[in-house]
Design a binder for this molecule. Structure first.
Ligand code: UT7
Length: 331
């Protein structure tokens, strides 16, 4: 919904971490029946990062969070809640957010994970905004962290070329000026869940030898179906959130879309009437890092000094569930 009051929540620090190891399209050509040409023209991806064997999602989240706290000039003890959006937690339980809380030595603050598809980071931002405006917490650490290469079927060329590992984090608190989140829009349609799913390992299909043999613990996606819904819903969400914020399209300085496919990114920009040079793209370097895409992009823009005070930024995502959301903010 649109915020009723003038009070706003703002991002006061950003951070990201990606593993060092790069997996190029040329590397993938040796693994499955694919070509660099197909991957680049159909997705825009040229390379992606792969976590080291001894890394888990909480390790990526920890490094990104430390950088976000440093950028906010805060210590872990200054945070009141941790929310981690992820589909690839270290374990089913405990929550990766709890492991992160321990890793940061943040004290006994509440910490929980949020599963919201590739929209999860935006869902987490909206939840954190509500907690801050509701007076429940003063500051929140919101993280999108993912190790999709651990749930990838490396024999399925339809999916294994798409994903990468990484984490992005932001620190939020109530704004004292004009900057901050202006409006949000979030929706879901559970009827379409089976189109993008990790079928086994949950209560419906518990893990057994058969599920492992059938690779049901990896991501399954009807790519072209997901594609159509993503383009439609991201355009709708972007339109709606700008309307709610009372911001005209030509006032947008940056569109940061979820980085699932260059063709989805371009179509979203075109449908929203936002010129290409204002659309932030890093999919060629990182692939689809799910919930980490948007906070990583925010941090890249921020660290490069490309987010100026007063800039209007539109965050827009779509993912498993299906879920979709957009957030408009003034930097
Ligand atoms: O992040 C959450 C949301 N996720 C998304 O938004 C992903 C949305 N989907 C997509 O990005 C695209 O649908 C894909 C990149 C996954 C696939 O692109 P597409 O243009 O939709 O291709 P397709 O699945 O319709 O397949 C076209 C052809 C097929 O061959 P035939 O049946 O026409 O002979 C595939 O077998 O491309 C083939 N193909 C490949 N060829 C070479 C599929 N993957 C590959 C590959 N290399 N890696």
């Amino acid at each position: 919904m649109t915020k009723k009051s003038e009070r706003k929540v703002k991002i006061i620090g950003t951070g990201m971490y990606v593993p060092d190891k790069v997996l190029t399209n040329a590397d993938l050509e040796k693994m499955v029946d694919t070509t660099d040409e197909w991957i680049v023209t159909r997705t825009g991806i040229r390379e992606r990062r792969i976590a080291a064997k001894d890394q888990a999602t909480s390790d990526l989240a920890l490094l990104a969070s430390r950088r976000a706290l440093k950028s906010a000039r805060l210590e872990p003890q200054d945070i009141d809640v941790i929310i981690v959006a992820t589909h690839t937690p270290d374990h089913y339980f405990p929550a990766t957010a709890c492991l992160l809380q321990a890793g940061l030595k943040a004290g006994l603050i509440p910490a929980f994970d949020l599963v919201g598809g590739c929209t999860g980071f935006l869902y987490a931002l909206i939840v954190a905004e509500g907690l801050i405006l509701g007076g429940v917490v003063r500051r929140a650490l919101v993280v999108g962290a993912e190790m999709l290469t651990r749930i990838t079927n490396w024999e399925d060329r339809n999916t294994c070329v798409l994903f990468g590992d990484g984490a992005g984090a932001v620190v939020l608190e109530e704004s004292k000026d004009e900057s901050g989140m202006l409006s949000h829009f979030w929706q879901a349609d559970g009827n379409l869940g089976p189109l993008l799913i990790l079928p086994a390992g949950g209560s419906k299909v518990p893990a057994c030898h058969d599920t492992v043999a059938k690779r049901q613990h990896t991501l399954h996606m009807k790519g072209n179906e997901v594609f159509k819904h993503a383009v439609k819903r991201m355009a709708e969400a972007g339109e709606e959130v700008l309307k709610r914020a009372g911001v005209k399209k030509d006032a947008v300085d940056w569109l940061i879309p979820h980085q699932a496919n260059m063709r989805i990114i371009e179509a979203t920009g075109e449908r929203l009437g936002i010129p290409r040079e204002k659309v932030y793209v890093n999919i060629h370097r990182f692939g689809n890092v799910s919930v980490a895409c948007i906070p990583m992009a925010l941090d890249e823009l921020n660290q490069a000094g490309n987010l100026k005070k007063g800039n209007i930024v539109l965050l827009d995502a779509f993912g498993a569930g299906f879920t979709w959301a957009a957030v408009a903010l003034r930097w």
